[in-house]
Write a protein that binds this ligand. Structure first.
Ligand code: SAM
Length: 288
């Protein structure tokens, strides 16, 4: 297997010049140019030669080269047509990479895992396009894609929200949704100078290790997430008001207050004070 050649500023600039590549802001294109960060991501993802890895947004193929050396097989989905001939060039000589030109949000990843990895759990590794971080991650979880882990570069604030616990300012619907499906670990903080062009925000690598069973049991998953969203929709309102005002749900003030009372929770509580377990118990009560 060829050693990675990309991942430093000189070689990245040479590839971009060769193809006259123009960065597309709308696709969230910030390419990695630091080999230490690339090594850190590969280590954090704990990739072995048994793994099938899905990379979302390979760009010019920088991380793809590192992944191909570490994994058994890599599939890389890239939306920007202009990058496909570049990828064919930079990934020439690696025989375990499948390049797919498409939108990850419109691709059936469960089907891809079925076809390419016999439906066995896959690892996702990506320097994500930040404008669609949440839909990508939630899409993978909610569509029941067989997953071992996701190791992804995200905006630093998003990484903080994914890990946040009750009572903190970062705690919200994303924290609860992520923590229902996976255990988050922060692998690295990454400054803007590790990318070309430099993003305006700080970044972080986070590993989400998928639970085989969610950490809480709930009778109606859909209702749980509706309640969570309603509770954080109006952050400064009480949980009861959030539930009462939600048009997706038909919950009366008295019903919400009664359910909280039965769970031994103050009826003036705000959503940010409740744990995942308490939200699950509340969903079970309100679902009755
Ligand atoms: N992996 C490369 C790297 O680290 O240098 C590029 C990462 S860049 C932050 C995000 C990549 O995702 C870009 O190549 C962009 O074109 C691609 N992308 C954006 N939206 C996408 C989508 N909906 N589906 C697939 N790829 C997408």
């Amino acid at each position: 297997m060829k050693e990675p050649t990309l991942g430093n500023p000189q070689n990245t600039i040479a590839v971009l010049k060769k193809y006259g590549f123009v960065f597309q802001k709308k696709y969230g294109q910030n390419f990695l140019i630091d080999p230490h960060v690339l090594d850190k991501i590969i280590r954090a993802a704990k990739i072995t030669k048994d793994d099938f890895v899905l990379e979302i947004g390979p760009g010019i193929g920088t991380m793809t080269q590192y992944l191909a050396c570490a994994a058994r097989k890599v599939a890389a989905i890239e939306i920007d047509k202009a990058l496909i001939p570049i990828l064919k060039d930079t990934l020439n000589g690696y025989d375990n990479i499948k390049i797919i030109n498409g939108d990850v949000l419109k691709t059936d990843i469960a089907e891809l895992a079925k076809k390419e990895n016999a439906g066995e759990p896959i690892k996702v590794v990506a320097n994500l396009p930040y404008y669609i971080t949440t839909p990508i991650i939630m899409g993978l979880f909610e569509n029941h894609v067989p997953l071992k882990s996701l190791t992804v570069m995200v905006q630093k604030e998003v990484a903080q929200r994914m890990q946040a616990g009750p009572g903190t300012k970062d705690y919200g619907a994303l924290s609860l949704a992520v923590q229902y499906y996976a255990k988050p670990y922060l692998a690295a903080n990454v400054p803007p100078n590790c990318f070309m062009p430099r993003p305006k925000v700080g970044s972080a690598v986070i590993r989400l290790e998928r639970y085989t069973e969610p950490p809480v049991k709930v009778k109606n998953e859909k209702l749980l997430f509706q309640i969570i969203r309603a509770s954080f929709n109006q952050r400064r309102k009480t949980l009861v008001n959030g539930l009462k005002n939600c048009t997706e749900l038909t919950i009366l003030r008295e019903e919400a207050e009664q359910a909280l009372l039965e769970l031994g929770i103050d009826s003036n509580v705000r959503g940010e004070a409740l744990t995942l377990e308490q939200f699950a118990a509340l969903a079970d009560r309100l679902g009755e």
